[in-house]
Design a binder for this molecule. Structure first.
Ligand code: ZN
Length: 113
């Protein structure tokens, strides 16, 4: 498994916070990561590679750290009917149950580092 930090040009960028455009994705190789990015929500140019500004290979440690950070930004995982857990795929109607659910991953992943 390889780990990548993906920077999205058309990602949701709030109030000068460039962090929000970063995604952390694991895949067998860079091509599998590119195909996963195409199906992420919140990419305007969903069908083009232009949505990806850069892809950088990172270590597993950096990947886990990035994942934990991204769980603090629930809007990244917004879907039409609520929020979708990026780890297990479970859906939540509201932000409170999503937050409660991902908290356990934060604790778990912190141990893995
Ligand atoms: Zn989950």
């Amino acid at each position: 498994m390889q780990y990548f930090e993906v920077i999205l040009e058309n990602g949701h960028i709030g109030a000068g916070n460039s962090y929000e455009a970063k995604r952390y994705i694991a895949g067998t190789d860079i091509l599998s990561v590119i195909s996963k990015v195409k199906f992420l929500p919140r990419i305007k140019k969903r069908h083009t590679i232009e949505a990806v500004k850069s892809i950088k290979q990172i270590t597993r440690k950096e990947y886990l750290r990035g994942k934990i950070e991204s769980l603090k930004h629930p809007h990244l995982f917004r879907v039409w009917d609520g929020y979708r857990c990026p780890i297990c795929g479970e859906r939540f109607r509201d932000i409170f149950s999503f937050r409660r659910h991902v908290e356990k991953y934060g604790a778990h992943l912190a141990h893995a580092i």
